[in-house]
Design a protein around this ligand. Structure first.
Ligand SMILES: *Cc1c(COP(=O)(O)O)cnc(C)c1O
Length: 232
C-alpha cells in the first residue's frame, strides 16, 4: 500500500469507529506520528492534506521544525518525555510553530516551561496533562490521583493553556478499561479547567477502543507511515 492508501484506510476506520460510538468523525483529530522518519515524509503527508504531526524526541523534533519551517500550516504535537533542562528548546519551537505539548507530568515541568516561554517571549503553549495508566511509577505520566493537583498547577501558569489529558494504554491489559479510567481522569481535570476537553489517546493498535472511550486526538504512527526506520 502507498502512504496515501494507508492514510485513507486509517481514516475510514476512524470514521467507522466514530459512527459506531455515535460520535462525529470531525470531532476527532488524527495526529500522524513521524518519529524516526525523515522530514521528507512529513512533506509527503502535508501534500496528502495532513496538518497534525507528532514527534517524541526533542532533538529530532527541533531539527524537523527548523527544516520544515516553510510548511507554515503544520500543527506540531510533542508526545515524548520532556526533561526540565529541555524546556528552552520546547519554548523556542513554540515561538515559531503551532505546538501542543502532550506530556506535562509534573508541576516542576510546568513551572520550568512557564519560565522558558516567558524568557523566549513565546506566548502561550497548549499543553495536556499526561496520565500514567499503569502501576509502574517509572512510566511517564502523573498518577490518576495526582492529575487534579497537576491540572491546578498548570492552570496557575500564565503561559500554559491546559487543553486536556493524554495517556498511553498499558501493555498486558485490554485497552478499553484503561481508557475508561482516563475518561474519568479527564472529567476530574475538567472540574479544574472546564475548557480542557481534549483526550489524547489511541495508537496504531488501540485507536478504535480510544474513540469508543471519547478520545479527541489519536496519535497514529506505523499504521500510516509503515514501519519505523531503525534508530540508535
Ligand atoms: C510512537 C508513539 C505513538 C504512535 O505509535 P504507533 O503504534 O506507531 O501508532 C503514539 N504515542 C506515543 C506517545 C508514541 O511515542
Amino acid at each position: 500500500m502507498t502512504l496515501r492508501e494507508r492514510l485513507a484506510a486509517i481514516d475510514e476506520r476512524v470514521a467507522a469507529a466514530a459512527h459506531a460510538a455515535g460520535r462525529d468523525p470531525a470531532s476527532i483529530t488524527r495526529v500522524v506520528v513521524t518519529k524516526f522518519h525523515p522530514p521528507a515524509l512529513i512533506r509527503d503527508l502535508r501534500e496528502l492534506g495532513v496538518h497534525d504531526i507528532g514527534e517524541n524526541r526533542q532533538q529530532e523534533f527541533s531539527a524537523k521544525v527548523d527544516e520544515l519551517h516553510d510548511l507554515a500550516d503544520l500543527r506540531w504535537h510533542f508526545i515524548g518525555q520532556v526533561q526540565t533542562n529541555k524546556t528552552r528548546a520546547i519554548a523556542r519551537a513554540a515561538h515559531s510553530v503551532a505546538l501542543t505539548l502532550h506530556t506535562v507530568d509534573r508541576a516542576k515541568l510546568a513551572t520550568a516551561l512557564d519560565r522558558a516561554l516567558a524568557e523566549e517571549d513565546a506566548g502561550t503553549l497548549d499543553v495536556l496533562v499526561q496520565v500514567n495508566l499503569t502501576d509502574d511509577a517509572g512510566r511517564g505520566g502523573a498518577a490518576p490521583a495526582d492529575a487534579e493537583a497537576l491540572a491546578t498547577a498548570v492552570a496557575a501558569c500564565a503561559h500554559l493553556r491546559l487543553r486536556g489529558v493524554m495517556a498511553v494504554a498499558p501493555l498486558g491489559e485490554p485497552p478499553a478499561p484503561a481508557f475508561a479510567r482516563l475518561a474519568r481522569v479527564a472529567e476530574t481535570v475538567r472540574s479544574v479547567v472546564p475548557e480542557a476537553s481534549w483526550i489524547s489517546a489511541g495508537m496504531t493498535g488501540d485507536f478504535e477502543e480510544a474513540i469508543a472511550a471519547g478520545a479527541t486526538h489519536l496519535r497514529i504512527g506505523s499504521a500510516i507511515t509503515g514501519n519505523r526506520p531503525a534508530h540508535g
